[in-house]
Design a protein around this ligand. Sequence first.
Ligand code: F6R
Length: 366
Amino acid sequence: EKGGYDHFMLKEIYEQPSAISDTFRGRMRVSDGIIKMAGIDDNLAKLLNAKRIIIIACGTSWHAGLVAEYIFEELVRLPVEVEYASEFRYRNPVIHQDDVVIAISQSGETADTMAAIKLAKEKGAFVFGVCNVVGSSISRETHAGAYTHAGPEIGVASTKAFTTQITILSLIALKLAERKGTISNSDFHYYLQELERIPEKVKVALESDNHIKHIADTYKNARNFLYLGRGYNFPVALEGALKLKEISYIHAEGYPAAEMKHGPIALIDDQMPVVVIATKKGHYDKVVSNIQEIKSRKGKIIGIVTEGDSTVKELADHVIEIPETEEFLTPLLTTIPLQLLSYHIAVMLDKNVDQPRNLAKSVTVE
Ligand code: F6R
């Protein structure tokens, strides 16, 4: 059942090239420049007239929502708010009739997300669900939706659900952007082609597995980790830290790289591994100077870089390369090494990777 892998988590990490293809298969016709998704097409007017998008989710799905915030704002030029479902539901949130709420949930059973959906519906918002489990409670409670089609995710630590959520949200953003004219026709076509190439590029990213294993071995006894990123990759830093916490029980924090100087830089010493996502395009020069600041305080740098990078390579203690892609799609690639890093550390520490202590696959209590 684990298909020859030692753990479901590893199997699911390796399934990402096909899971991402399954997410866009039948929905994206690259040669004709068409995105077809029933849940979107049937509600196109509502979506195009939305004044604001509110995304509600928990955990890893919330991180996918944060990536989507950057994507929607950039491509569709719509204001987006991303909320923890558990916070949203216990406030008195301001929701208008022309708000579109997107609820993201792998399991489709998360109690806080469900309660937030009910509240948004009561206030008159249109609620769109992005779920993985077909027929789940959330998929039934929402007005419309789109399944990620990632296949069953058994490992408690979410992996392929995250990348397929980002894929589907990218498709939605691209479709709306094309309709609204907020991106050019040529960019639209180019982005579709680039999205189609992502599964192959994920495969290439997975080839660093052995190299990542060595890095894991070097740092497995660290007490703390920092994860830094900017822009589209700030949420990836949060997600990398969450993965490490939940399966290896090592304390880790994710931060926007530029926030370091406002506090967390005080933590840096020669015992602190710092994972920095430093891909080309994404505020690269700024990230390089953030790396220099960490280096001068003797922190250990693990850089996630674009293939062929030389600047970060010189500064960092280790680099892990990923293929180049369009900036808004980089989270689909930068996430891969972070998943593998946490996986290998947890295995080396002899932790229960697929069923970490105190956690359940779906959180059906409030
Ligand atoms: C992290 C993880 C959790 C879930 C969260 C939301 O690896 O699995 O943080 O992402 O409990 O679950 P869903 O997406 O099922 O609503």
